[in-house]
Ligand binder design. Structure first.
Ligand code: TYC
Length: 125
């Protein structure tokens, strides 16, 4: 279950001597007291990197991609590759946006270099 966190607007700043609540000292540095909600960091949205099946990319190449780019063990990589081969697509890994984007680009670049049509797409979880 996803937790909804309401982001509140920053509290008004108070300089030293302006009354209760301010955290100023003689240095003139102003600190703010923040609510618990404001202090919490939100987890980034996650994206699935999905490998697509094709008839030409060798199975060994896909296994190597899963090991080197998605840090899968040989057994996991083989299982995922066979899943993609049999079902048309499968999840290689799940990451924040920019990491997923880089992995998709790297997969397609390595495939292109070897002249294989392997495709990898990303989808929000
Ligand atoms: N279907 C390919 C073959 O028979 C193997 C393959 C698996 C290709 C997974 C792409 O994402 C893929 N050689």
């Amino acid at each position: 279950m996803k937790e909804k966190v309401k982001i509140l607007r920053p509290m008004a700043r108070r300089r030293e001597g302006e009354g209760a609540g301010g955290g100023g000292d003689q240095s003139g540095i102003v600190t703010e007291r923040r609510t618990r909600e404001q202090t919490r960091t939100k987890r980034p949205p996650l994206y699935k990197c999905i490998l697509l099946n094709d008839d030409y990319t060798p199975m060994e190449f896909v296994v190597e991609i899963l090991k080197s780019i998605f840090h899968r063990s040989h057994a996991e990589a083989t299982r995922i590759m066979l899943h993609v081969h049999q079902n048309g697509m499968g999840v290689a890994g799940v990451y924040p946006f920019e990491i997923a984007e880089t992995k998709v680009k790297t997969v397609e670049e390595l495939a292109r270099e070897s002249q294989f049509p392997l495709k990898c797409v990303m989808e929000k979880e």
